[in-house]
Design a protein around this ligand. Structure first.
Ligand code: NAP
Length: 387
């Protein structure tokens, strides 16, 4: 049985000490320079031990200092992702590789290069460039330090607000569905051996089709010619999934998705399942997965105890639990590079779009409301914050 330690939800424990959380707020990456005036910014901070949305609060904190391979981005928009909620609840505590503030993606502009940055990196980006990026935490703030390799240009077909909805979804979806192996970064169309080969005979089931990840995954898979099945909890959400291109829409409150999938695939099951439920759906997912198919759990939505990723000894199915958030900065940079080459053109061409949900970005001071909304499930697509 192959084991990867990719997903550690539930592995973190309540530390029980407010001082520890405050210590983190003043961590090394976010400390001010010893000389010169103290540079500060506003950031959304988790108070005390963390817990409910009410623990989010805007505070004045030291501005991050970009390292040699980083730039400082002035944040215009930050995407809200489910792992932020787990971090707030203290189930996914940040480690020393990342900022201790919340936030895994943003859009904004480059305001500073890290001291000693290579000329090559400086050539690629200019001060003032508008960018979007995946971050090692910290985008719920006016400024965030971002590794140069995690930056993406704003596609010409879109704007700063829409661009903030892309980085996490594009990187998660392409790395987990369209790259052959974790880091052999070839997209479907070029690599017939990848998890999802291009073409109508390839089938994908997406749970949570109306989520930020789901709305992106539907469009990307349809762009690749894959037949898409989705589940969602309401007919209104399914209508949106259908509009985005989903071929078969299943309301999980009304139908048993595995039966529907088997019925529609003539008993074969689907090639790949993009799952966000973990152990809750494990056996049901397996029952509608085709021979040799992949079950990919990208971070459970519910508080579950999904184990580390593993592959069954039998070659019949492959099961993986994974998290973009926990990957190394180098891994993420390689994924971003592939996204730039293979996904960005689809966005530029208008084949993949940000779903217009008419939810106004929440100002930082209302971050708690944004989290409540995600927890209530009363949204489609992406929720954004703005300083
Ligand atoms: N790997 C990473 O680093 C990474 C980054 C971002 C997100 N994620 C993961 O990707 C998933 C989506 O995240 P998100 O931030 O886009 O939005 P989200 O709010 O976490 O989406 C959760 C989705 O789960 C669906 N769901 C809940 N119960 C369900 C059930 N019983 N059956 C089928 N679907 C059910 C919801 O559908 P309804 O609303 O229709 O009930 C909703 O669309 C989450 O699991 C998240 O942890 C992973």
């Amino acid at each position: 049985m192959k084991m990867h330690k990719n997903l550690q939800l539930g592995g973190g424990s309540k530390r029980g000490k407010e001082s520890k959380r405050n210590e983190r707020v003043h961590s090394k990456t976010e400390s001010p320079t010893s000389s010169g005036p103290k540079k500060v910014m506003q950031a959304v901070v988790v108070r005390g031990e963390g817990g409910g949305p009410e623990t989010l609060q805007v505070q004045t904190v030291p501005r991050p200092i970009p390292k040699q391979d980083e730039v400082l981005v002035k944040v215009d928009y930050a995407g809200v992702n489910r792992p932020d909620i787990h971090q707030r609840e203290d189930m996914l505590p940040p480690d020393d590789r990342r900022s201790h503030y919340l936030g895994l993606e943003c859009s904004g502009s480059i305001t500073e290069f890290g001291v000693g940055m290579s000329n090559e990196d400086k050539k690629a980006w200019k001060l003032g460039d508008k960018v979007c990026a995946i971050t090692n935490g910290g985008s719920y703030a006016e400024y965030v330090a971002v590794p140069v390799g995690h930056l993406l240009p704003i596609p010409s077909s879109t704007n700063l607000q829409d661009a903030a909805t892309f980085p996490q979804a594009a990187c998660t979806v392409s790395s987990e569905l369209f790259m052959k192996e974790r880091l052999s970064l070839r997209m479907v169309s070029e690599e017939p051996g990848s998890r999802l080969s291009s073409g109508e005979n390839q089938t994908l089931l997406i749970h949570g089709g109306s989520s930020g990840i789901g709305t992106f995954a539907i469009q990307m898979a349809k762009h690749q010619g894959v037949t898409v099945y989705v589940t969602a909890g309401s007919d209104e959400k399914l209508k949106v999934c259908e509009k985005l291109g989903a071929d078969f829409c299943i309301n999980y409150h009304k139908e048993e998705f595995e039966k529907e999938v088997l019925k529609k695939t003539a008993g074969k099951g689907v090639n790949v399942i993009l799952d966000c439920l973990g152990d809750k759906y494990f056996l049901r997912n397996i029952s509608c997965l085709s021979s040799g198919g992949w079950l990919v759990t990208i971070g459970p939505t519910c508080n579950t105890s999904v184990q580390d990723s593993y592959t069954f000894p039998s070659e019949r199915h492959q099961v993986e639990a994974c998290s973009l958030r926990n990957r190394t900065s180098e891994d993420k940079a390689e994924i971003v590079e592939e996204v730039k080459k293979h996904v960005w053109p689809a966005i530029e061409a208008g084949k993949v779009k940000a779903y217009e949900n008419n939810i106004k970005p929440y100002p930082f001071k209302h971050a708690a409301d944004a989290h409540k909304r995600m927890e209530n499930g009363n949204f489609i697509g992406k929720i954004l914050l703005s300083p």
